[in-house]
Design a protein around this ligand. Structure first.
Ligand code: C2O
Length: 558
């Protein structure tokens, strides 16, 4: 029976990239049986096909480097831009919407009896990202305020009331997904070769742009340009149910075509294991996230998806997140009693459920976290500099119903696009202690219980001087003094020789006396802050938990 010691690392508010980094910690004390073999796709099954274009020489000359640097948000220097292996051909061109045709139900290869083509327009404008005056912060859907819920409802409601032919209306927005996935478009100039945005490196960029305009349309409809979509925080134990705001039948956010067995409190099954024990499912989910985000990727394409260029047959290969957690959530929410798993369980209908955009806001967040926050030995450079990636283009209607052409290179940095995410970190151990880290740890009992803080599986490099201090319930980012109530203890090591330069250890720190000085009576979690005092890496922490003190404390005498 799994017990739940969830290190749900979290920081309270949104902060900038440079000033804070999330905690990534793997639940290494969970041994799980996540079935990684599952590679279910959301009814978009096509065999991987050989990409004959992959062996041709690259043509770096094609890319406008100035644009490319702009597209990368100016975060990187112009040196060491390397080309992707096997780069060639041309980027995917935007669809010719006047040639939009019938879409196919990929489940059974029959023609769909709906028309998912957008309204026509002769006037296409190259989209320029507007200057960012105020960053929109996408909130976790499980944590939104009543005011937010009210606004979000009103925006969706107004979208549903727009005239059917308005490209910003609810069904037209849903149909974007159908048109780009279900074979309504052919690749321009490539005969009847389908245009498909899934199962390739276009997956993240396409959906980012899709949500970007969807969010701007909603903001416009309620006259609030700061409106930001919520994200479904399914990577975090606290977000592993369908967000409650979507399950009220009276709400504009409701959709009846969902699996009724998976309503809250059912725990989302990212591994598609169907394990009946919810605690085990949570544990599996955490392991899956660790795999997708860190351990399972040996190059940038493993995460992003495989190259897809002009002339490439559809589905060259999905990235880790697309084929894993992303697909699992679609399938888990879709209604199995519908003919093709509608709504979320099928591409053509997925956009009809408001939850789709909330799910994809988290998929988008995963891209951003991976790109900017996740350390990776195997993928130190998260950029794809291949011009066929950067110059691939799509068409969308913007919030003013103007048809615009957008490119991948303009969507590589969410901050430059004007939005960020509420900071909630991925709870994945082991965490490397090369900066201040904060982890929320559940108490064994409410109130001033007799408890110990246990830091386990501490791996140290024995050749280095190492020291870190431990604090509880301290949100100060610049902790220099130890003479404060929140200080719990220290680990320090003098460099010494051991056979293999590394050792594993654990420490226990008594919390009971601290509780006497702190207001913990109503808390069921403690925020643990670890402050390294040494330079660079050298320590990783395998797990943090609070346990009951086995020896009862002697009665206090005063
Ligand atoms: Cu376009 Cu989640 O699929």
């Amino acid at each position: 029976m799994a017990s739940l010691h969830l290190p749900c690392a979290t920081t309270p508010s949104s902060q900038t990239r440079s000033s804070s980094r999330p905690v990534f910690a793997k639940p290494s004390h969970f041994i799980t049986h996540a079935k990684r073999g599952h590679r279910l796709q959301v009814s978009c099954a096509t065999e991987n096909q050989n990409d004959s274009s992959r062996n041709v020489e690259t043509s770096q000359g094609k890319v406008d480097r100035r644009n490319m640097l702009l597209g990368l948000g100016g975060l990187y220097g112009a040196s060491n831009l390397v080309s992707a292996p096997g780069a060639s051909a041309n980027p995917i061109k935007p669809p010719e919407i006047d040639k939009c045709g019938t879409a196919t139900n990929l489940n059974n290869n029959t023609q769909l009896d709906i028309n998912c083509c957008p309204p026509l327009s002769q006037n296409i404008v190259d989209y320029r990202l507007p200057p960012v005056f105020q960053m929109k912060i996408r909130p976790s859907a499980h944590r939104v305020s009543p005011e937010y819920i009210f606004k979000y409802n009103m925006a969706i409601d107004r979208m549903k009331r727009l005239p059917k032919e308005d490209p910003r209306s609810f069904m037209q927005q849903a149909n974007i997904h159908c048109a780009y996935c279900n074979g309504a478009y052919d690749q321009p100039g490539q005969g009847t070769l389908d245009l498909q945005v899934h199962n390739s490196w276009l997956f993240f960029p396409f959906h980012r742009w899709y949500l970007y305009f969807y969010e701007r349309i909603l903001g416009k409809l309620i006259g609030d340009p700061t409106f930001a979509l919520p994200f479904w925080n399914w990577d975090n134990p606290k977000g592993m149910t369908i967000p409650p705001i979507f399950v009220d039948p009276k709400s504009a956010l409701y959709d009846e075509k969902r699996n009724q067995a998976n309503m809250p409190p059912a725990v989302v099954d990212l591994g598609m294991t169907r394990n009946p024990d919810p605690l085990q499912v949570v544990a599996n989910n955490l392991t899956i996230m660790y795999n997708e985000m860190i351990r399972g990727n040996s190059d940038v394409y493993d995460f992003m998806g495989q190259p897809y260029r002009e002339g490439t047959p559809v589905n060259p290969g999905p990235g880790a997140s697309e084929r894993g957690s992303h697909t699992a959530v679609h399938v888990w929410v879709g209604d199995p009693s519908q003919p093709s798993g509608e709504d979320l369980g099928n591409f053509y209908s997925a956009g009809r459920d408001p939850l789709f955009y909330c799910h994809h806001a988290n998929v988008d967040r995963m891209w951003s976290l991976w790109q900017y926050f996740l350390p990776s030995k195997t993928v130190p450079d998260k950029r794809i500099t291949d011009p066929d990636f950067l110059n691939a283009a799509f068409l969308f209607y913007d919030e003013n119903a103007q048809l615009v052409r957008v490119t991948v290179k303009d969507c590589l940095d969410n901050l430059r696009m004007g939005y960020d995410f509420e900071r909630i970190d991925l709870p994945i151990f082991p965490l490397t202690l090369d900066k201040i880290v904060r982890v929320l740890v559940p108490k064994t009992k409410k109130g001033k219980a007799d408890e110990l803080l246990l830091l386990e599986n501490i791996q140290v490099d024995t050749t280095k001087f190492l020291k870190f201090d431990v604090f509880i319930n301290d949100e100060d980012d610049n902790i220099t003094e130890l003479d404060k109530a929140a200080y719990v203890g220290t680990y320090a090591q003098v460099p010494h020789k051991t056979a293999n330069k590394s050792a594993t250890t654990s420490i226990r720190l008594k919390l009971t006396d601290l509780y006497d000085d702190m207001d913990v009576a109503d808390d069921d979690t403690i925020l643990v802050t670890l402050v390294p005092r040494h330079q660079g890496p050298g320590v990783t922490i395998g797990g943090i938990k609070i346990i009951e003190n086995p020896t009862p404390a002697p009665p206090k005498t005063s």
